[in-house]
Design a protein around this ligand. Sequence first.
Ligand code: ADP
Ligand code: MG
Length: 682
Amino acid sequence: MPTNLLTENQTRKLKKLGINSTIDLILYLPNKYNDQTIIQSIQNLKIGEISQIQAKVNDVEVIYRPKKNLVLHVSDMTGQMQIRFLHYFPSQIKQFQSADLIRFYGEVRYQSGYKEMIHPEYNLVNNLIPLSKNLTPIYSVTKGLSQGMLRKLIRKHIDYANQNGLFSDLFSDFYKKYDYPTFEDAINFLHEPPKIKANNILDVQNSKHFKRLVYDELLAQQLFLRKQYNLLKKNQSPKFKNAKLSKKLFLEQLNFTLTDSQKTVLEDLQNDFIKGMPMNRLLQGDVGCGKTVVATMAAIDCVEEGFQVAFMAPTEILAEQHYEKIKTWFKDAAYEIILLTGSMPKKEKLLAYQKIEKGNANIVIGTHALFQESVTFNNLGFYIIDEQHRFGVEQRMMLKNKSKIKQEYEPHQLMMSATPIPRTLSMSFFAHMDVSTIKELPGGRRPITTKIYLDDKRKQLLNLIDEHCKKNNQVYWVCPLVEESEFLDLETVSDTFKELSGYFVNQKVGLIHGRMKAEEKKEIMKKFQQNKIQILVATSVIEVGVDVPNATLMIIENSERLGLSQLHQLRGRIGRGEKSSFCILLYKHKLSSAARLRLKTIYENIDGFKIAEEDLKLRGPGELLGFKQSGIPTLRFADLNRDSKILEVVRNDADKLIKEQDKNINEHMKRWLRNYEEIVTT
Ligand code: ADP
Ligand code: MG
């Protein structure tokens, strides 16, 4: 920032607001506007309306009942009223006593026979100071940086930037084509919109001026991600032919046929493999749509060409489950399939390392232990990451670097998401990837009846559990953990476990939670899978893709604490078999309105795509994708629901600019991506 325009103290205060550069400051938009363009007469003021008056002070009074207040008696030509301050500085008394005229802006109330404003904004004026023709910006401020001060600072920097052409338009052709104002005009408008053009923040956000910022912001995001995409595609990767025969054999031993959607997606993957450049694809679809089998079939192409496949899952339970399943699927093939997880005995691990390094292991399934220091692949050709959102950026980085060792090739990469991702999200935040979507569930959606109960119906629930158990079905009882109070919640699961074990003496009740050793967890899951445990009390560790088709009832305690996608994931653990299933959401009294909305959404919807759309509306993309700390730039102005049309246009424009190698691309990204230097070098 230009140091001559700011004191050190101001710089520090701005930092507190997240403002670190001139452009940050200029783009720090008001969160509302005051209409101080007109003055109303006291006589005509309406109770409850926000208005501005211009009055002289007749008397300044400090009253002590009920509390110490400062009260001004003011009047204009038409009448008189009171202004009340509940907090004030002694210096203000003098200021008011000696004032000529004051403009007060605030809500009009009625108090013991008088019109009154409490804590209005005010300006000392005289008759010569004209009224503004523009709305007055109100910024969110911080202690020690007043509204007026911030207003001045922003104005100063806008003028400075304009005079020095700091942010002159880079892509005028596009801006003209869409009839957007220049950046300079847009910024002037957004900070102080002319009253004749806008009345409030909604008008402002619907204006061309605001859309210009939305466009610029999305353009920066798309340029950044599409450049990454293109860069990756410049690398070389091994080509894998479609191994038709092996796939035919694979399909013959499956006890189901692929859905059309699965077939289409498999073709996407096959097409990526023959291009000689790395696959960089996101495979998404609703819970239970059958991503695993598609990824596994793609792996065949890789193994048949003599390359290794790595299949990484976020938890040991899930890795183990994939391992068992994939081993069965390939029982007739001469593939060596191995498991590698952190909790395996050292000896077994060493053996696994060897097999991986020598290239004997064709398919390696595991947790992130797969990409530890000591693991070196002989020739990794394809890696699959299940439930990609559960891996942090660092882990993904490690994986990327790891996978390059000992080969000139970049391996193909397939990410899988746990729940559906709305189209606008995949178009924006996943622009650095190709995206394939499995659109249907095998055999259609099996019915799940969802019910919402207040948490005082335990007795009835016990009967319900009993019914399911009598039919030899299985039951999940979920007690979600909340991070801050893990101990407390652990008690809840243990208590519930004891309660249920005491009641159901003829059924085996199991307990599983995150603090157990991996071995123990596996043992429990195995027993549940084999129906040796019929009722499983669990924390949200079972959230991830656990697959036990015989489970038909799920009870979720404290469901109001869980997010939409978590609830959807959890519920997706039932309704996997032929029998109809039930999900009971228990909640505690006093639901917040957000929680109410979440439960309503889950209750009314079973389609993961719809739920994801709602989730996006409720939480916004940053939260939804969980990359608050991931370094991926979030969006400040664009709203993916509202601005989806702009997004489509921007994607095309970004690709065009990159193709033409436009010289202004980097400058635009520098302006718009907050941590540009950081993210471009990592
Ligand atoms: P997700 O996409 O949520 O990871 P999975 O891959 O775990 O789903 O598949 C869910 C279940 O459906 C698994 O038991 C899987 O074997 C089975 N499955 C997958 N594809 C089909 C299909 N086309 N027909 C029937 N069952 C299928
Ligand atoms: Mg899965």
